[in-house]
Design a protein around this ligand. Sequence first.
Ligand SMILES: [Mg+2]
Length: 404
Amino acid sequence: MKIKKIETITSNEFTEVCWVRIHTDDGRVGLGETWYLPQSVSSVIHELFAPQMIGLNPIEKDEIWNRLFRLMSVFTYSGAELRALSAIDIALWDLVGQALEQPIYNLLGGKVRDKVKIYNTIGSYGDYQDNEFEQKDPVGLAQSLLDEGIDVMKCYYLAPFSENSGGNYISSKDLKNALKPLSIQRKMLGDQIEIAHDGAGAWQLTPAVKIVKAMEEYDILWQEEMIQPVNVSTHKKLAEETKTPICAAERLMTRWGFREYIEQGVAEIVMPDLVWTGGISETKKIADFAEVYQTPIAPHDWTGPVNVFACAHISLSSQNFMIQETNRAYYKGWYHKFVEPNILIEDGYILPTEEPGLGTRLRSDVLERSDIQVRVTDEAANWNVVGFIDPGQKVPNYFSRNTS
Ligand SMILES: [Mg+2]
């Protein structure tokens, strides 16, 4: 099995998502995905990664990951390059699963649970305008989730207030107003629903401490990214001065980005974003590292349909899995327009796919949509060790294997 063609697919209707399809010489197609600046990601794939991958065997995905990471790390360890690598890694796992006729969770050690508990993050699309209802009808919103069998939700009560002050300050009066929806939810529904809170990295430390302390009386499941994960000692201070578990962080990239936060116990719940931080391979490593420190993981979502499938394989096979994020406005609203089958969610749980590989594929009519752009690489080329292409230059052995 050798890689013969790599495609990227983007949509004008869903402007954040980039799908990657890797085709092999024996007719298989692996699907990957990432989210945010899809044209930039697509350019990274076709300019930098794809020419290096033509002719390689997908089963050697660890070596491919390392080779591409070395290539991109000439300039960066994150950004569009890491998102591109994440999407490629998912597609490689999909191919290997198909070739071995096993769902990916079986290649990650096998299932340690029969289904994956989910929570719902507030989002909006089509019939579901949950962002609006977080303020307008907080009890009705929570009750509608309970009616679907979902008893954990995540909200952004403070978002309008951080915009006003740049995240530098919140008055006691504004804080009280911001927490009114939460107060009503607790009063009317008691502990029927668990509530997590996401600060979206919008606050400085001082107002973050004030907010987290004010929310303690409402028994919050976790406080996520109240401050940006750029300084582990600031996170430590936040954790020490408050009582709610600190969750970090979708903005941390690779196992090296997570290391200090896990080691120092300030990521009390570890939240990797699979399509940003390096794919299935890297997320499994982060999950295993968290397990060494007796810390649970809660994979991040709020993006495209492939991420939910990919995270479910990690969630099914990781001993320290806590709960997986989902967004009902997306999985009920638009995922079915692009993938078949769609993710199967019943009574607050994702049910595992029995299909080999990822368990889903792009619908055959996606390429017929008028809003779709496809870019293809099917020719091999080399980049030299400092990341510049120079066909006339002799390249080191570890960059030149299996290239034309
Ligand atoms: Mg978040």
